[in-house]
Design a protein around this ligand. Sequence first.
Ligand SMILES: [Zn+2]
Length: 608
Amino acid sequence: MSLTFNDFIEEIRQRADIVDLVSDYVKLELKGKNYVGLCPFHNEKTPSFTVSRDKKLYYCFGCGAGGDIFNFLMEIENLPFFEAAKVLAERYGVPIPQKKPNRTRRKSDEIRDQLFEIHEWAAKFYQYLLLEHKLGKNALKYFEKRGFTRATIEKFRLGYAPRAWTALFHFLKKKGYPDYLLEKSGLVLPGKQKNGYYDRFRDRAIFTIFNLRGQPIGFGGRVMEPDQNPKYLNSPETPIFLKNQNLYGFNFAMDQIRKTGQAIIVEGYTDVITAHQYGIENVVASLGTSLTENQARLLARYAEEVYIAYDADTAGQKATLRGLDILKNTGLIVKVIELPDELDPDELIRKNGAEAFKSLLEDAISFIDFKLNKILKQYDLDSPDGKVQAVQELLPMFLNIDNAIEKDYLIKQIVKRVEISEQALKEELEHFIKEKSKIKDRNDKNWHTSKETRKVISDDFEAKFINAILRIPQMIGKIFEEITPDFFQNSDYRLIMQQIYLCYQQVRESGDFSLLTTNNLVENFSDNDLKKKVLELLFYYQDYEVTEKFIVEGLTKLKEYQMTMEMETILKKLKQIKNHGNLVDLNQILIRYHRLLHYGMERGGING
Ligand SMILES: [Zn+2]
């Protein structure tokens, strides 16, 4: 009986010795439970390259290279997966399947590849209808009214999703994809009465969303009549589409951003497309209203300077303020473009041309000035009261500024514009900072009384918890019965938990729980940055003893924290209702409250 491809790969994994293999390339020394040596993937003088024989994984603390035997051989010999497998099979005496298997990939890679294919077909389907079919006439007019040229429409792969309920579904079925995969793509939804599937996007102008390599990974659908709702509909998150890691248009903007060191963030798809059509090619949009830390980090890899050009309406301004802090925290220089006359970038460029938009870049104001303007506008600076209130609101800005020159600049600006003496301001500032640290001290002792230290679930705890999950994967089922990835506060760890959850779901669907191994969990990460993070967590805490007890207690801690947060929201809601709420709200809140209380008593008190 010849082996299936999966068995073949598993057999190699079982028989191969990663220490033996790596030793061909790296001089390894035993240190504790692991072997260490000089990393073959980056230049170093002290060894940070670590190999674990029982985990069958390697990781470099210096450059983050890591993976299993297959990754090692692929990377060091520059081989594709199947070739690496053959080399290993020969070396460790595993018979190579006679027939070249039709599957030469891992299951998780295969699903992702098929999802890419499905999106590629869907993009073709939507664009065909837009450009070649009479059904797409209205949508084509819609795009042409926005001034998009044929070349632009083709480059951005714009399209039209027809009104019919199952047009795309039937098209993709004819291409031979199984229902479960189509559902996974998020492009079709199961019918309410379990009678088949229907298309997510119907009668909408379609914007294709790409990954960094320019492959379609999702879509945005916009209504063409002003009274239809919702105005925008987007693909859900899928294994190939993680919203908070993507920026719309980044694949087209990447080169220019790298070249100029500058990026411009706008709000909408059409802002990006128009800018690019007019030759301003370092423009991207955040998918959704507010920028995430991951998006900021993506930008920081290519740019030093980021301009925000959001709409002048209140929602846009709020988003600008939030975006400022997130971008600032990644070390980027952040500036705000102030758009004149309530125009968005799309309208402005079409009306006044690319040069007009570019000249706004020169007038862009700094992070500090933008906040300063926002706050000062709200107060009457001619009255002493107004001055006091304005200064009180400005003081917290100093907490976010590390740079001495910026601090000095802010002081000078406040002195000038509020018209107070520098000495008075400095005294206020000193007092403010002293009070802050007093509050912080008090709260460190008694966390649940304040907002400052509400983050009792530390990054360190979450990291250790993930480390434990990776090392005792048999516990995963129990873990996801009790918590969801959202229980994690650190956004990277939340993403890692989401990925672990996806892997767990796949295993559960396959019914083969023996696939739930440390090795498979790590290999399931297709995003390289996340995979490095996971390997880091796994190896960093390797000497930390993990037990089932730690996981069980950790679960309780995570749940109790979640409950405390929920309780706070409920109390806040109750206060609001007391002021101006209705009885229906009150009733719902009370139900939530009782449920929580009941849970708390079972656990022996809410703060345990
Ligand atoms: Zn290295």
